[in-house]
Design a protein around this ligand. Sequence first.
Ligand code: SF4
Length: 276
Amino acid sequence: MTSQREQSLGVAPNGSVAAASVFDRAISLIYGPVQSRRFGRSLGINLLPAGLRLCTFDCRYCQCGGRPARRRSSSEPPFPTLEALEQALAGALTADPSVDDICFAGAGEPTLHPRFREAVILARALRSRLAPRASVTILSNGVAVAKSDVRAALALADRAVLKLDAARDDLLRDLNCGPRGLSVGRLIHSYAGMIGIETQTLLVRGAVENATPDALDALGEALRLIHPRRAQIGTITRAPAPARTGPAVLPLSPAALQAAVARLRRAAPGVDIGAY
Ligand code: SF4
């Protein structure tokens, strides 16, 4: 999942975005560490089948490389095994035990892995043994949080960061292109029932606008109800993957981003809301 997959590349004052990143191509089971503005030196885990961008969303700003798909077909490569994860992660942490963070993100939605909870338990165990300073983070689009096993896995992380780009169904449809039947009401209700989560929001302008006053006020009301431990508000920092077609969404200027954060803080007093 991406907004999340930021590196230390900023948005220029003119609103232009960096064009190249590690995510422009298919990524391996373990990648990085990448320099994250939020998590420090973050070692990434990609639990999705090789070469595939597997996700229940199809966000207009998605930066992931790989062939997009909503579900894996039998002709696609398999999900990585836990044995492969153990070997690759142990090797990476042994080589670089000073990483700040181990992050489940990758080319798509990590909770789609059929043994996701076990993968998180494995990462925690390797972290404790090989990189005790590192946090374990999960970045998720939140579509599967109604499932008990996914909630259990998220609860095991030091940091579970769930996407909430908008609190209006039309924006969820037009920006995130989620599965049929998903509603912001359902997402907000699920998030509000979880303890200690963080949310992340990517604000954009252009073909879809989720930083209008109305959209921000609705989002602020949702954040007030959810009351996440922290709400992270960002904008696009890198160009969408080359395969992404259709009308473009663009980054907010730094001033517009700060103004949006200020409006959200007024709408959701008491919630820790910050720009990243
Ligand atoms: S489609 Fe959206 S949720 Fe899925 S990986 Fe891309 S940015 Fe993340």
